[in-house]
Design a binder for this molecule. Structure first.
Ligand code: SF4
Ligand code: SF4
Ligand code: SF4
Ligand code: FES
Length: 574
């Protein structure tokens, strides 16, 4: 341990700790901008300057490691002045249109300017005037609002290994974006939105589409229906001032009705349905010599990734649509028939933890109902904004039940929200279908947790089934390289584009770091264990759907509505 004093407080921290970590250990806040707890230290913004006795000049607390006997001061007039000058220089090159910015009220730069009491900018204003990139349905890149902290580069290049973003030009002209000033839709970007999770400003953000929902709600000819993904409830709690996971599901349903939705359903219903279809697809491949390993297909950022980087492995992908798109196809066919409603009137909104879902919904092949299956995708962040806009306090809303036929779900559907959850849900069903026996223990704990790549072997009535799970595209890439090289003998592989799975999705509340991901995952499994039904094949409304409409898993109607195909993307690869 190393002993030092910070602001006259004695601190003892492990050797190798930074001044910032030592200060945090005793509850002292040092402002930061380029620092992110999950990333390597970049030390390029100089916002975290502190005085260190005996050192020449001020030191960056995020990069300077502690030494025995060090004396640090974090709040002296010299320090305040220096930090203020740093932020003033950033603001001199910043548009400062806070009032109409996507990050107004949740911007790290804005907070810093406020905390430092900045009232005027004593430097000449120099705004680059670069155009916004709105080329994808998922993201907006506004280079003028970039402070060159490079957090997005770390996540895009090192965590996701996509390399869609880089630094362009030099000096004052430096900006972040795809190489050669391409638009994002011309780059390898898979729209995972992880860059929007870490960006401290409004430079990278989801494409906000709240107004489209308001237009639909105002249209008397429309029946506005909604589905929400399992990861939404746990994290939306954070947006509305509750501890993670403590937003009651039926209260959320009540809140959505107050917003004006005419029908409220759950994506968990089609998560259970996905297990029925995907589980049977796996069995068919195992029994009939199909392409193995079968790869899951419910994460649209992952689909974009494999279509871009591993098109030679597309036959390995399950043909199942994602739960979002299965829901979209069914609500305008099955539900419309049962409710006696003209599907043309249905406006189908999904609430997702994911920015890539916006792209997925807009894919031209996603119109098997005869209409655009999902009309609008809003992220968890957007629905949080909408609740605030409407003045709805979710702590005070009375609960309400889901609407019938597409709202029932089991714990297996819930755990889709966490890395390993699709695999665990599939194993619960496949085991019972194959063996005809009831599973004694539903908890496949080997599938759980934040380890980047998990592997397991499961005994299915004498057949050993080898499975693997990866979350985050860097981990997915490692698995794909091994599969491509013939070095992996898995039967079934789950991939989620986002670290931690959907609970860490690009559209979730910001400040998502690995510690927060672990808390959200815990909340997902608590919900699973509290439910009476925890196996997809026991979902009563899924059974009803097969009896009344689909017939059987992998039947003709399923193939028409619930399965899809993939295409190699001809993007320039790096
Ligand atoms: S990025 Fe932040 S500081 Fe810049 S305009 Fe938007 S809210 Fe204001
Ligand atoms: S959305 Fe994902 S792939 Fe695209 S730029 Fe951001 S981090 Fe990179
Ligand atoms: S786009 Fe955002 S995360 Fe990336 S360098 Fe600029 S400010 Fe930082
Ligand atoms: S936070 Fe330390 S230099 Fe940016």
């Amino acid at each position: 341990m190393v002993n030092l004093t910070i602001d006259n407080i004695s601190v003892s921290v492990p050797s190798g700790s930074t001044i910032l970590q030592a200060a945090q250990a005793v509850g002292l806040k040092i402002p930061t901008l380029c620092y992110h707890p999950d990333q390597t230290v970049k030390a390029n913004c100089r916002v975290c300057l502190v005085e260190v006795e005996g050192a020449r000049g001020l030191q960056a607390a995020c990069s300077q490691t502690v030494v025995e006997g060090m004396v640090v001061r974090t709040s002296t007039p010299l320090v305040f002045k220096a930090r203020k000058a740093v932020v003033e220089l950033i603001l001199a090159r910043h548009p400062q249109d806070c009032l109409n910015c996507v990050r107004n009220g949740c911007c790290e730069l804005q907070d810093l300017a406020q905390e430092l009491g900045i009232r005027e900018i004593p430097y000449a204003r120099e705004i680059k005037g670069m155009p916004q990139d709105k080329s994808t349905p998922s993201l907006v890149l506004d280079p003028d609002k970039c402070i060159l902290c490079r957090r997005c580069l770390t996540v895009c290049q090192e965590v996701q290994t996509v390399n869609a973003l880089g630094l362009r030009a030099r000096g004052y002209q430096t900006s972040v974006g795809p190489a050669f000033y391409q638009q994002l839709n011309e780059s390898t970007c898979v729209m995972c939105g992880q860059c929007t999770q870490v960006c401290p400003t409004g430079a990278l953000a989801e494409r906000e589409e709240i107004d489209k929902l308001l237009d639909a709600l105002a249209d008397p000819s429309k029946i506005v229906v909604t589905q929400m993904a399992p990861a939404v409830r746990v994290a939306l709690a954070e947006e509305v001032g509750l501890p993670t996971g403590e937003l009651d599901m039926l209260t959320l349903v009540g809140g959505l009705r107050r917003l004006g939705f005419h029908r409220v359903f759950h994506t968990n219903f089609t998560a259970d349905l996905t297990i029925m279809e995907e589980g049977h697809e796996l069995l068919e491949r195992l029994n009939n010599g199909g392409t193995l390993p079968m790869l899951t297909s419910c994460s649209p950022g992952w689909i974009n990734f494999i279509e871009t980087f591993y098109p030679d492995l597309l036959d390995n992908l399950s043909t199942c649509k994602s739960p979002q798109q299965m829901f979209g196809a069914l609500v305008k066919t099955y539900w419309a028939q049962k409710a006696g409603v003209d599907p043309a009137q249905i406006y189908s909104v999904s609430i997702m933890p994911c920015t890539a879902k916006k792209y997925e919904a807009a894919r031209p092949e996603m119109q098997d109902s005869g209409y655009q299956d999902v009309d609008l995708v809003l992220t968890t962040r957007e629905i949080g904004k909408l609740f605030r806009m409407a003045g709805i306090d979710l702590k005070q809303v009375p609960p309400s039940e889901f609407d019938p036929w597409m709202g029932a779900y089991t714990g297996a559907g819930v755990i889709f929200g966490a890395t390993g959850g699709v695999m665990e849900a599939a194993l619960r069903t496949v085991y019972e279908v194959v063996t005809g026996n009831e599973l004694a223990n539903l908890d496949f704990t080997v599938c759980r947790g934040m380890t980047g790549i998990k592997e397991a072997e499961v005994d299915l009535a004498g057949t050993q089934v080898k499975v693997a799970i990866a979350h985050g595209l860097g981990n997915a890439r490692q698995l794909m390289e091994r599969i491509r090289a013939g070095e992996a003998d898995y039967h079934f592989v789950e991939i989620m584009a986002c670290p931690g799975g959907c609970i860490g999705g690009g559209g979730q509340p910001r400040q998502t770091d690995n510690a927060q991901r672990a808390i959200r995952i815990e909340a997902i499994y608590q919900e699973d264990v509290a439910l009476a039904l925890r196996k997809s094949h026991e979902n009563p409304e899924v059974k009803q759907l097969y009896t009344e409409f689909l017939g059987q898993p992998l039947g003709d109607k399923s193939h028409q509505l619930l399965h899809t195909h993939y295409q190699a993307k001809s993007k320039k690869l790096k």
